[in-house]
Design a protein around this ligand. Structure first.
Ligand SMILES: *Cc1c(COP(=O)(O)O)cnc(C)c1O
Length: 441
């Protein structure tokens, strides 16, 4: 019945002239028209209809090939159609898809062994997305402080979060996310969050009291514009948490799973948090998140306190195991470090030639290029995509962000540098003409 109604809706639109093709040949324009009418308008999509992926390339319905340097925002770390992922997915899909968390299956423990080893943590909670993992981290910090209070310690419920942070879109996650646009329309949010300027040690120390149950940060801020934490700031956060029993929460949803050349970005600093979160590339493109924590933090959680219907199901576990095994087998952490450094070097070379590049930041395959103006950053990102067919994106208005699949080579970097270099050349030539016209006009 429901299906029939859906069918009718589409047929009606066809008569309206808003949809030109049938369901089988819905092209870009038809899809746009249908989505415009039917979907909650949460995204301003690029006018490209993707149909297929292969390796580090994506293809649209017109047959155009794109070099993908964004990986679906850091998700498709092994690119598209990777045989290790396809094989694990097919085998598990044919065997057992879902068990619920009321029963055992053999994927969760196997994956937990691997994840605890590679993060240096003791325990895992599996869920289905980044924001869910972060939500679990916040709940754990509150529950942990509650446990300490019950044991007679003085510790409050407040979180210290960072300016320009991003932790997701559910109520707790947005409450610890800095951007007002993401928070304000949904107020009142989870209370008791204060923001401090990222890397401002004095401000962190000033904000920290025994009211605080957790300090929340990304060691390499992603949406905030690819800004790394300083060694001093992370060390101060660790020391402050240790002084009261508050938890240090490091969000590795974008930076984790090898993207920076180590499994977690905090490993570059030699500082271990109490809690970390993984998601984006964890299950090779399938939705999966994980919270990892120390034994001491995990004591706060007992059966029934937290849960999820789908979390840690057999399919995503099987694929995540395959992803980790493949990253190890192909020695991809070393590859990401090597090609990532090369990429940054080449971009810094471009910055020497073009003063419209203010700074190049990043680690491994998480790279940001700060452009002088938001207009130019937008123009460059659009022209890279639509004219050069190289996909990247813009974050924090002025930053070109690269989150390529772990499989790109130096040749792909060279191709990208040549394309970006020629666009920068054109942009500065246009700027010179414009300036000349202003002088002479
Ligand atoms: C993407 C992201 C999230 C949110 O993940 P979702 O899967 O979109 O909920 C949280 N934190 C960071 C650092 C992210 O990059």
């Amino acid at each position: 019945m429901k299906l029939d109604n859906g069918r009718m809706k589409l047929d009606n639109m066809k008569q309206d002239g808003t949809i030109t093709g049938g369901a089988a040949d819905m092209n870009l324009v038809a899809t746009q028209a249908a989505e415009q009418k039917l979907l909650l308008q949460t995204y301003d999509r690029h006018p490209i209809l993707l149909t297929r992926g292969e390796g580090v390339h994506l293809f649209d319905d017109a047959g155009n090939e794109y070099l993908d340097l964004l990986s679906g925002i850091g998700v498709s770390a092994l690119g598209y159609g990777h045989p290790a992922i396809t094989k694990a997915m097919m085998a598990q899909a044919a065997t057992l898809l879902h068990t619920s968390n009321l029963f055992y299956h053999d994927g969760t423990a196997t994956l937990a062994v691997k994840l605890t080893e590679l993060t240096g943590m003791d325990r895992v909670f599996f869920c289905n997305s980044g924001t869910e993992a972060w939500e679990a981290a916040l709940k754990l910090a509150r529950a942990h402080a509650g446990m300490l209070r019950a044991e007679g310690k003085t510790i409050g419920t407040r979180f210290i979060a960072m300016e320009h942070s991003f932790h997701g879109r559910t109520m707790g996650s947005v409450a610890t996310t800095h951007k007002l646009k993401y928070r304000e329309p949904f107020a009142p949010l989870m209370p008791d969050v204060v923001f401090v300027p990222f890397n401002d040690v004095a401000a962190l120390r000033a904000a920290f009291t025994n009211e605080v149950c957790g300090i929340a940060l990304e060691c390499l801020q992603g949406e905030g514009g690819i800004h790394p934490v300083s060694q001093e700031f992370l060390a101060a956060a660790r020391e402050l948490c240790d002084s009261t029993g508050a938890l240090l929460l490091c969000d590795e949803i974008q930076s984790g799973m090898g993207r920076t050349g180590k499994w977690c970005s905090y490993q570059h600093y030699g500082i271990q948090p109490d809690v970390t979160t993984l998601a984006k590339p964890l299950a090779g493109g399938l939705p999966m998140g994980a919270l990892l924590c120390t034994e001491a933090a995990a004591r706060a959680i007992t059966p029934g306190m937290h849960g999820t219907t789908f979390g840690g199901g057999p399919l995503v576990c099987a694929v995540a195991i395959a992803v980790i095994d493949e990253i190890n087998r192909a020695n991809l952490l070393a590859h990401v470090s090597e090609v990532g450094s090369y990429f940054v070097e080449q971009l810094r070379g471009l910055a020497q030639e073009h003063d419209s590049i203010l700074e190049v930041r990043g680690m491994g395959f998480m790279i940001g290029v700060e452009i002088r103006t938001a207009e130019l950053a937008k123009e460059l990102a659009d022209r890279m995509m639509f004219e050069r067919h190289i996909i990247l994106n813009r974050t924090s208005e002025t930053v070109l962000r690269f989150l390529p699949p772990f499989l790109i080579t130096k040749a792909h970097v060279d191709e990208t540098i040549a394309a970006l270099g020629s666009l920068l050349q054109e942009a500065s030539a246009a700027q010179t003409v414009l300036a000349g016209e202003q002088v002479h006009g």
